[in-house]
Design a protein. Structure first.
Length: 480
């Protein structure tokens, strides 16, 4: 793998640049007092951190929705007019960074270059190609991303994918393997964030011969286009993605359109349908939860994070992958799992994020706050201060209920960010799920495992094969 462990590449459609996190933090500091929130909003406009045409600031004191329709929906239509390409690489002690706007006609070529870099050793030809198509500064940084990291061995290596099982990788990435078929979910390796422990991802032990890549939803710790390109070794490799009825603030890209522009084959099946890849049946389950609210009233119709959960049925085992799901005004994931169980029968394994994410006011998803009336934000803030916080995700209790609905024999945690091979950032949550299942009289086993481990059925029981020992990583590269 030629992308070094201290490099990062971003390739995505150019979207409105709104300092959502800064705005939400200012409103939190003002405790959602309307007059003070409006003053802070105006100061951000004066500092050119917000574009006034995207907001209706008078709605702050009226209690209405502050974001305009162009911000909620209009800015995210297709086709995309231009894209943003950003690269960062560390060469010795020097940190190189550069960004570039790309016209649509250049996107497929740059995507091909990113894809080729994962599968060729001819670094000089790639660097030369970059120099002939990109600005000199950007070509220098992009070329540095193609260099092998001198200390790459210190990041460790993923175990070889050579037998049926479930392979836990960075953050929400999994490999589902049968005897004949290999599927990869939510690859993240080229991102620069907590999903890769700030670009400290392990290398591959050998070629990963994939039959399909699957994406759950569009949050950047799940959908990261350069990472997909890294593993899409051929342009006809199926990329299974959610349907997006209408791009919006919470799902700014149409997955299929973006993948088409970079020359990849997207398949966007409807919820409730089933695909077969090799000898694996894939049920497309709804993605309820991780929306602005767990219940009504929610945002306007169509304003949501569109996604998929999945059930995989292989000749060796079945697994339900629930990602960051929960409940929202459209539905409840526990009920969706129950319906799938009635149709398909019990699942062997349920995999889920065990964390609880506070609804509406969530600094990790600051854009969510702009989808609701300001008065609803004030009421939610008061509830949070009183300790009455609803979760937009299942949390430990919800995972226990979903596992009961699946009649699962085993539950495995995942999607708890990434701190290196052999480390689960939230291993303490396992006991909470065990307690929730035990209180319901379930015999389901909750197994602890770490990134780099493999879950494999042997003689009818699930065993965890421990991966390489935990590797101490070098300090993360700091953004300039």
């Amino acid at each position: 793998m030629l992308f070094s462990g201290s490099s990062a590449i971003i390739l995505k459609p150019s979207l409105p640049n709104v300092a959502f996190g800064l705005l939400l933090q200012q409103w939190l500091d003002a405790q959602f007092e309307p007059a003070e929130c409006q003053r802070r909003f105006e100061r951000l406009v004066e500092a050119k951190r917000l574009s006034p045409e995207l907001f209706r600031p008078e709605e702050i004191q009226k209690g209405g929705v502050v974001a305009t329709d162009p911000l909620l929906f209009g800015a995210f239509g297709t086709p995309v007019r231009d894209w943003t390409l950003y690269a960062q690489a560390k060469r010795g002690q020097e940190l190189l960074r550069s960004g570039l706007r790309l016209p649509v006609e250049s996107v497929a070529w740059v995507a091909q270059l990113i894809r080729a870099a994962g599968y060729t050793q001819d670094v000089e030809d790639l660097r030369g190609a970059a120099a002939s198509h990109l600005t000199s500064r950007f070509a220098q940084v992009f070329g540095a991303c193609l260099e092998p990291a001198e200390d790459e061995a210190s990041y460790g290596a993923w175990p070889a994918v050579d037998a049926p099982g479930i392979y836990r990788r960075e953050h929400a990435s999994l490999v589902i393997r049968s005897k004949t078929t290999t599927l990869l979910l939510d690859p993240q390796v080229l991102s620069l964030g907590e999903a890769t422990h700030f670009s400290r991802y392990p290398r591959e032990s050998g070629p990963l011969d994939l039959d399909a890549i699957l994406i759950t939803h569009q949050h950047e710790d799940h959908w990261y286009l350069p990472s997909i390109l890294r593993y899409a070794s051929r342009p006809d490799l199926p990329i299974i993605v959610p349907q997006v009825p209408r791009p919006n603030l919470l799902t700014p890209e149409d997955f299929s359109a973006s993948l088409g522009q970079v020359g990849l084959k997207a398949i966007a099946p409807a919820w409730g349908s089933t695909l077969r890849v090799g000898d694996i049946d894939i049920d497309i389950l709804p993605f309820y939860g991780e929306q602005p609210t767990a219940g009504s009233p929610g945002p306007a119709d169509g304003l949501r994070s569109w996604g998929n959960c999945y059930r995989f049925t292989t000749p060796e085992f079945s697994a339900v992958v629930l990602v960051d799901s929960g409940s929202d005004p459209m539905g409840d994931m526990v009920e969706a799992v129950r319906q799938n169980t009635e149709q398909r029968g019990p699942a062997d394994v349920v995999l889920s994020n065990f964390r609880s994410f506070p609804e509406v006011i969530n600094i990790g998803l600051p854009q969510y706050a702009l989808t609701l009336p300001f008065e609803q934000l004030r009421a939610t803030f008061a509830q949070h201060r009183a300790g009455n916080v609803r979760s937009m995700t299942l949390g430990v209790e919800g995972v226990a209920r979903a596992s009961m609905a699946a009649q699962a024999r085993y539950v495995l945690p995942y999607a708890h960010m990434f701190q290196g091979i052999g480390v689960d950032a939230d291993a303490n949550l396992v006991e909470g799920v065990r307690t929730g299942l035990g209180s319901r009289g379930a015999t389901t086993e909750v197994l602890a495992w770490n990134p780099g481990d493999v879950a494999r059925f042997e003689n009818g029981r699930l065993h965890i094969l421990r991966g390489p020992p935990a590797v101490p990583n070098p300090p993360a590269a700091q953004l300039a």
